[in-house]
Design a protein around this ligand. Structure first.
Ligand code: RUB
Length: 316
């Protein structure tokens, strides 16, 4: 790694890579804070050296995981805040934009939660996949409104993020039933809403989220169960406005199989995609801090937010 990258930024990059820090919103928060540390601890003596250090740190963070667009969106937000002409001024700029970003992220999640909660009725049962702080914000707000919500939680192989979801829902006082992923269809008849998060939302309204989301959505549509995606606007993918596709992360096969035993089972090829794409026709509503949108109209919001196009301010 580039030697200009501060050890704390390296640690954050490593934590994202190994999924100690995971989930799109949490990753965004962590990288914004890491850039702040890089800025505060810099001993650069001229603005150009300082800017180059920040770009190097952003590149190291950007290279960790490819799918959650909240990561580059966070880096962009913080780096674009740099407008001063002195090192001290630039340090202040980064601290301020990093703080502002983290506050906006928190506020967006709270606001989104209230919108999502309005879709949930007293007594509703939700089914979740993976662990999404945006999705859980909707349940938390509904519980705060005094609604009784129950949850069927998919364990989410191979990393079992469903266990985190189960624990956090239990902390909210929501009764939880944990199921293996393949039992989802069997229990969809008991469910009022499928509620998931997003790592990225494309301009055509497709939702990129944990592998298994698309199968769940197809099954839910077949059963007539509404599918709600909780996604603050930080997850909107600006590159898709100009025809780019979202890169789906392929993770280590060790997450699925003990490599020492692969031969015993006939040496199959093993693949481990971390995310999949749910087409807009299987999504009923995308819930954001700006209100809820049918997936087909999310492009209007994207044009408003990213009208000026995107850049890669971390490029050398
Ligand atoms: C996490 C995942 C989550 C989204 C949304 O995948 O798919 O549903 O990131 O999370 P992984 P949030 O565990 O591989 O990072 O709403 O917290 O941003």
């Amino acid at each position: 790694m580039d030697e200009r990258v501060h050890p704390e930024v390296r640690r954050v990059a490593e934590d994202i890579d190994t999924m100690e820090v995971r989930g799109a919103a949490t990753i965004a928060d962590a990288v914004a804070r890491a850039l702040r540390t890089q800025a505060e601890e810099s001993d650069a003596t001229d603005p150009e050296t300082f800017r180059a250090e920040l770009r190097a740190a952003a590149r190291a963070l950007h290279e960790t995981r490819p799918t959650a667009v909240s990561l580059p969106n966070a880096l962009r937000y913080v780096l674009r805040g740099m407008s001063s002409t002195t090192v001290e001024g630039l340090q202040r700029d980064v601290v301020q934009s990093s703080e502002e970003f983290c506050q906006r992220l928190d506020r967006a999640q709270t606001d989104l939660g209230k919108v999502g909660a309005n879709r949930l009725r007293d007594g509703d049962v939700i089914m979740t996949h993976c662990h999404s702080t945006d999705a859980l914000a909707c349940v938390e707000a509904a519980v705060e409104q005094g609604k009784h919500i129950e949850a069927i939680v998919k364990e989410t192989r191979p990393r079992n993020q469903g266990h985190i979801t189960a624990e956090e829902l239990a902390d909210m006082g929501v009764p939880v039933t944990l199921i293996v992923d393949s039992a989802a269809r069997r229990y969809l008849n008991d469910v009022d809403h499928v509620l998931v998060g997003a790592d990225a939302v494309a301009a055509d309204g497709s939702v990129i989220n944990k592998i298994g989301t698309s199968g769940l959505a197809v099954n839910a549509r077949d059963r007539g169960t509404p599918i709600m995606v909780a996604s603050q606007t930080l997850k909107l993918h600006p590159g898709t406005l100009t025809g780019h596709t979202v890169d789906i992360e392929m993770r280590d096969t060790e997450e699925i199989i003990d490599e020492s035993r692969r031969e015993e089972i006939g040496s199959p090829k093993v693949v481990n995609p971390a995310f999949d794409v749910t087409p807009p026709r299987y999504v009923d509503a995308i819930v954001t801090e700006r209100g809820q949108f049918p997936p087909e109209s999310i492009v209007t919001l994207m044009r408003e937010l990213f009208g000026e196009g995107t850049s890669e301010p971390w490029a050398e």
